[in-house]
Design a protein around this ligand. Structure first.
Ligand code: GAP
Length: 455
């Protein structure tokens, strides 16, 4: 019979970013980029556990957008686009941060991140040296296409995926059998030459976005704005994020992006404070109008029923995929005490966990390992499994707790007699005995019915 753990759930300490970064490294979620060369500031690589988590989040978003909404279609546009796109979008002119340098220590700061007293006294918050005046600094990365590095070959790495959708508006309209209101969804890399990149993967120069642009009649913009605002909050609750850690923040006039008439952020309470996770923007007809002007192509929409021709308004939902990874990790991290020892546990929703079920023979001998391997071969058709036969069973549970595996199935001597196994639940550490033949159905139900304790 598999051992039962003695449980004394108790909060040990509040999570810090250092604790999370250390767990992510130790358990193969996230590594510093090019680490053997000393790393590259603010660039990160997703390890075996991290890439599974990121893919699960992306798949969940994609399913919610394109499968559960018959009026949303997908797109995958190129990262490198015609440079005129970024003139039309306003990014060449407006996508800037005001930056201030210290003349003494040479550090560069975003103006809004220098304390008020330093701004007034014109002194560096780090070394007290003299500060320069604020200068506009464009956040877009540039490179060159073709054999000669001249102005003619100038290319921008896209700072948002959205523009790939706008320039394909007509293509999708003509081929996608869509009618306003409809949406186009896209997931992909974006690049910004960010100066302030602390806080792990929160703000990086290379990141991934999950954006959906919803095209509506101008008279219905507020109705759809409210619709998507509520739907996007619900999405994070469905991902298992705690309600108390989420809130809306409306942009004030000086926060609004150059394209937005109205914007709300969904914020999450990170260990370093409430910060943006997703933006919901009313972009009006700004983008399609500008692309019409700059490309000379007609980007109007003809309503076949009313015969009205107009430029649709766009309601945008713009989520950071890599930032959502940080939210899910931060929200899942927990510690309690088991058998007198601290247990680190990631309380992922089972639909996001990199491994869904660990499979362990209690001992390697007496045919238990063979039975467990056979079960693994069967279950891996439907679930992400992990087979482990090394070490004491308690250690094996602990290793799975640290990567957030919600279920562990153990085969013991009773299994040989009556074909039953124990399923151990990560959150409560309770074990229940089920028939081997019923495991898949039991797991599917447990995933569907999952509720985090206390939520
Ligand atoms: N198309 C609109 C747009 O890009 P944004 O508010 O600048 O809007 C949307 O970005 C989301 O992209 C943010 O809420 C955030 O999750 C993510 N994001 C933006 N910059 C990022 C960065 N430097 N690193 C990681 N994620 C970032």
């Amino acid at each position: 019979m598999a051992e039962t753990e003695s449980v004394q759930p108790a909060a040990v300490s509040a999570m810090t970013m250092d604790m999370l970064v250390s767990l992510c490294k130790r358990r193969g979620f996230i590594f510093p980029s090019s680490e053997i060369y000393g790393g590259l500031a603010s660039a990160w690589d997703y390890g075996p556990m991290g890439v599974e988590l990121k893919k699960r989040i992306q798949e969940f978003w994609w399913r919610q957008m394109t499968q559960l909404n018959s009026n949303i279609v997908g797109l995958d546009a190129a990262i490198m686009m015609h440079p005129r796109v970024w003139e039309a979008s306003g990014h060449v002119e407006n996508f800037t941060d005001p930056l201030i340098d210290c003349k003494k220590c040479k550090q560069r700061f975003r103006a809004d991140q220098i304390p008020e007293e330093n701004l007034k006294a014109h002194t560096c918050p780090e070394c007290g040296g003299e500060l320069t005046d604020a200068r506009k600094f464009n956040l877009m990365f540039t490179t060159h296409m073709g054999p000669v590095e001249d102005e003619g070959g100038l290319i921008y790495l896209r700072p948002e995926t959205a523009q790939g959708i706008y320039v394909n508006f007509k293509n999708v309209l003509q081929t996608g059998r869509v009618k306003v209101p409809f949406g186009i969804a896209q997931v992909g890399k974006a690049f910004r030459n960010e100066i302030t990149t602390k806080n792990f993967i929160f703000r990086t120069c290379e990141f991934e976005q999950m954006e959906m642009q919803f095209f509506v009649h101008p008279s219905e913009d507020m109705k759809w704005f409210e619709h998507w605002k509520e739907r996007r909050l619900q999405y994070y609750l469905d991902l298992g994020v705690r309600k108390s850690k989420l809130r809306f923040h409306q942009h004030g006039p000086d926060e609004l992006a150059h394209y937005a008439k109205l914007a709300f952020d969904i914020q999450y309470e990170f260990p370093f404070g409430w910060k943006e996770l997703e933006g919901i923007h009313n972009r009006t007809d700004y983008d399609l109008k500008r692309h019409t002007e700059f490309s000379g192509k007609d980007l109007t929409y003809l309503d076949e029923v009313s015969h009205e021709r107009y430029i649709p308004y766009i309601i945008e939902t713009s989520a950071g995929l890599t930032r959502t990874v940080l939210v899910i990790l931060s929200d899942a991290y927990d510690e309690d005490v088991v058998e007198g020892e601290k247990r680190v546990v990631l309380r992922f929703h089972p639909r996001l966990a990199p491994i869904t079920v660990g499979i362990f023979p209690l001992v390697k001998k007496d045919g238990l390992a063979e039975m467990a391997r056979k079960l693994d071969d069967e279950l891996c058709e439907d679930f992400r499994t992990f087979y482990d036969e090394s070490g004491a069973i308690g250690r094996r549970y602990r290793r799975q707790d640290e990567v957030g595996t919600p279920f562990c199935v153990t085969l013991d001597y009773q299994t040989k007699e009556d074909q039953t196994v124990t399923i151990r639940l990560r959150d409560s550490m309770k074990q229940e005995r089920v028939k081997m033949a019923d495991i898949a159905a039991t797991l599917k139900k447990a995933i569907k019915d999952y509720r985090r304790v206390g939520e």
